[in-house]
Design a protein around this ligand. Structure first.
Ligand SMILES: NC(=O)c1ccc[n+]([C@@H]2O[C@H](COP(=O)([O-])OP(=O)(O)OC[C@H]3O[C@@H](n4cnc5c(N)ncnc54)[C@H](OP(=O)(O)O)[C@@H]3O)[C@@H](O)[C@H]2O)c1
Length: 247
């Protein structure tokens, strides 16, 4: 039986923290007292979110402009966080992009973007964070997707990158379970964020409020997973209620 622990004074890293689920997650964790390192490429956005967190919750923040495709930058993100906060209790692997559509005409650049951000980015951050999470008996949260649970007729490469995330998370969990590190994968379906804006209309523009999840709802799931002590939350699926009737 697990009980809820406070996140007060915990050190967290959120990747993809400059918008959507990552920004909402940073708020949820800071509201619970966690100090948060914010990573993404858009520094101004991160600075503004960090200022909001400090004002609203009185926590410490760290802004680390990071391109997760660059392993040295990801290593530096983890080291800077540990130096600033004195350790690491939680890594939220959230960064993710979709590019292009079907396989026939998928540009190699779009393929590489999805693989390097969605796959390499999660691997680099997990590898760098694990020694610190072992020390703190910490938690790893992966943002997977509905797309990583069912075959998908459009953008199979994005879907496959999310199948990889779930496979990696489960296998890492098997690897570190004895070390008292918790691993949770959260699988949203559509979320009203800036997602997909690089290839046209964002999900925020495509869906009306109520038609899809809000980033804050996914952030609540991350907070729930982070607070379980000990955590036995392996996977959480968050879909709108009619999602399984057609997809
Ligand atoms: N929205 C959905 O419908 C949905 C559904 C299921 C799963 N998901 C997953 O949820 C996660 C978050 O997505 P979201 O909906 O919140 O989308 P979002 O609002 O577009 O956020 C994506 C974040 O990733 C960052 N990012 C992109 N490329 C990066 C890079 N190379 N290096 C560092 N940061 C980078 C972006 O910041 P910068 O541009 O500042 O770098 C941004 O903060 C993703 O893993 C996505 O696959 C989303």
């Amino acid at each position: 039986m697990s009980t809820e622990q406070s996140l007060d004074g915990d050190a967290a890293i959120v990747t993809g923290a400059s918008s959507g689920i990552g920004e909402a997650t940073a708020h949820a964790l800071a509201e619970d007292g966690a100090d948060v390192a914010l990573a993404a490429r858009r520094e101004e956005r991160l600075e503004s979110i960090a200022a909001d967190l400090e004002d609203a919750y009185g926590v410490e923040t760290l802004v680390v402009p990071t391109n997760v495709r660059d392993e040295d930058a990801v290593d530096a993100l983890v080291e800077e966080t540990v130096d600033a906060f004195g350790g690491l209790n939680l890594l939220v692997n959230n960064v993710g992009v979709v590019a292009g559509e079907g396989v026939d005409d998928l540009a190699t650049d779009d393929y590489r973007t999805m693989m390097e951000v969605n796959v390499d980015g999660y691997f680099f951050a997990t590898r760098a964070a694990l020694p610190h999470l072992r020390e703190s008996s910490g938690t790893l949260v992966f943002i997977g997707s509905f797309a990583g649970q069912y075959p998908r007729p459009f953008n199979p490469v994005y879907a496959a990158s999310k199948w990889w995330v779930r496979g990696f998370a489960k296998s890492v969990s098997a690897d570190v379970g004895e070390d008292d590190v918790a691993v949770t994968t959260i699988n949203p379906a559509e979320v009203r964020s800036e997602f997909a804006s690089e290839s046209g209309e964002s999900f925020e523009e495509r869906f009306e409020r109520g038609e899809a999840s809000e980033p804050t709802e996914i952030a609540e799931a991350v907070r729930f997973a982070a607070k379980q002590d000990p955590s036995m939350v392996s996977e959480l699926d968050l879909y709108r209620r009619d999602k399984l009737t057609f997809f």
